[in-house]
Design a protein around this ligand. Structure first.
Ligand code: F6R
Length: 366
């Protein structure tokens, strides 16, 4: 049932183009370029009523929420808070009938996320869920649901469920922006066009799997990694580092690249590989100067760079070309090579990739 792949995780990484198409098809009328999100149960009145959105999740799903904050604030102009499930209810969140609580979960069973949703329901917030498992507890508890159509995920590490969460949250933001009159049909069709092209771009990354295996072989003996990103790719640095930790047991930390000089740069020496995520746009030059800072201290840089294959950063920087997408979609394409890097690192180190030590697929106790 692994369909020729060595592990479920590898199979699930390769299933991402299909999972994204299925998630899109479930809500986007691709001919008419309209969104059908009726199960989410969001009306124009609700959009007018809601003054703040709270996104709550755990682990990888939390990283999807961090990306969604950018999308919702910029496309919908609504203030967004993001919380970890295990923190949310203990900080006395200010929830009322002007709040929308959106919980995000693959399993729909995670105990801390469930407790957050219960808190929201008790305090009269409007509650919605993005989940993968149909009929799961969160799906039943919330007042509306948006399903990711990733299919069953067997590997403990989330892969296709993360990228489909990012797609679903993007669709959520577009729907909200449309209902609030912030985007017009023409802009909506621009966004949908970008989403349509996404599976092909992911295929391009997947076809470069061997490069990432070689990189993994070069660095498999290291015990520490830093991951740096800015803007939309900051949460992806966190996610890349989480994947590396949980399956290869290499210590990895994700940082906002601008934070380097506030502490973590002290860690950099020739033994520290640094993964740098570099998107085109306003933060491009800033990321390049972060790369120089690392190099000046002897660190080895593994750069994932959006766009042109011909643009070379530097001869002693390892460089992987990530296909260019519409700006909002960069987090999705950048995720895939980081999954492959972590996967091959784990495989080469001989860990139990699909069942990492001490972890469970669904954390149903606090
Ligand atoms: C990491 C991973 C976990 C889950 C977390 C939340 O690869 O899979 O961090 O993301 O346990 O699980 P769900 O999304 O089921 O609520």
């Amino acid at each position: 049932e692994k369909a020729g792949y060595k592990h479920f995780m590898q199979k699930e990484i390769f299933e991402q183009p299909r999972a994204i198409i299925d998630t899109l098809r479930s809500v986007v009328d691709l001919n008419q370029e309209r969104l059908r999100l009726s199960d989410l149960n969001i009306s124009q009145d609700l959009v007018k009523t809601v003054k703040r959105i709270h996104l709550v999740a755990c682990g990888t799903s939390y990283h999807a929420c961090l990306v969604a904050k950018y999308l919702l604030e910029q496309l919908c102009h609504v203030p967004v808070d993001v919380d970890l499930g295990s923190e949310f209810r203990y900080r006395g969140p200010l929830l009322n009938s002007n709040s929308l609580l959106l919980v995000v979960s693959q399993s729909g069973e995670t105990a801390d996320t469930r407790a957050a949703l219960k808190e929201g329901l008790e305090r009269g917030a409007h509650c919605r869920a993005v989940v993968n498992v149909v009929g799961s507890t969160l799906a039943r508890m919330a007042h509306g649901v948006l399903y990711t159509h990733a299919g069953p995920e067997i590997g403990v590490a989330s892969t296709k469920t993360f990228t489909t969460q990012l797609v679903a949250l993007y669709l959520f933001a577009l729907h909200w922006a449309h209902l609030s009159g912030r985007i017009q049909p023409r802009q909506l069709s621009y966004h949908i066009q970008g989403l349509r092209e996404l599976p092909g771009k992911i295929e391009e990354v997947l076809s470069a799997e061997q490069t990432l295996r070689e990189w993994a072989r070069r660095f498999m003996d290291r015990e520490h990694f830093l991951y740096l990103g800015r803007g939309l790719l900051y949460p992806i640095a966190l996610e890349g580092a989480l994947k590396m930790k949980e399956i290869s047991y290499i210590h990895a930390e994700g940082y906002a690249a601008g934070e380097m000089k506030h502490g973590p740069i002290a860690l950099v020496d020739e033994k520290m590989p640094v993964v740098a995520l570099i998107q085109k746009g306003p933060l491009y030059e800033k990321m390049l100067s972060n790369v120089q800072e690392v190099k000046a201290r002897g660190g080895k840089v593994l750069a994932f760079v959006e766009g042109d294959r011909d643009v070379r950063l530097d001869d002693d920087v390892l460089q992987f070309c990530v296909p260019q997408t519409a700006p909002w979609l960069a987090p999705i394409v950048f995720t895939v090579p980081l999954q492959l890097l972590a996967y091959h690192m784990a495989d080469l180190r001989g860990t139990d990739v699909d069942q990492p030590r001490n972890l469970a697929k669904s954390v149903t106790v606090e």
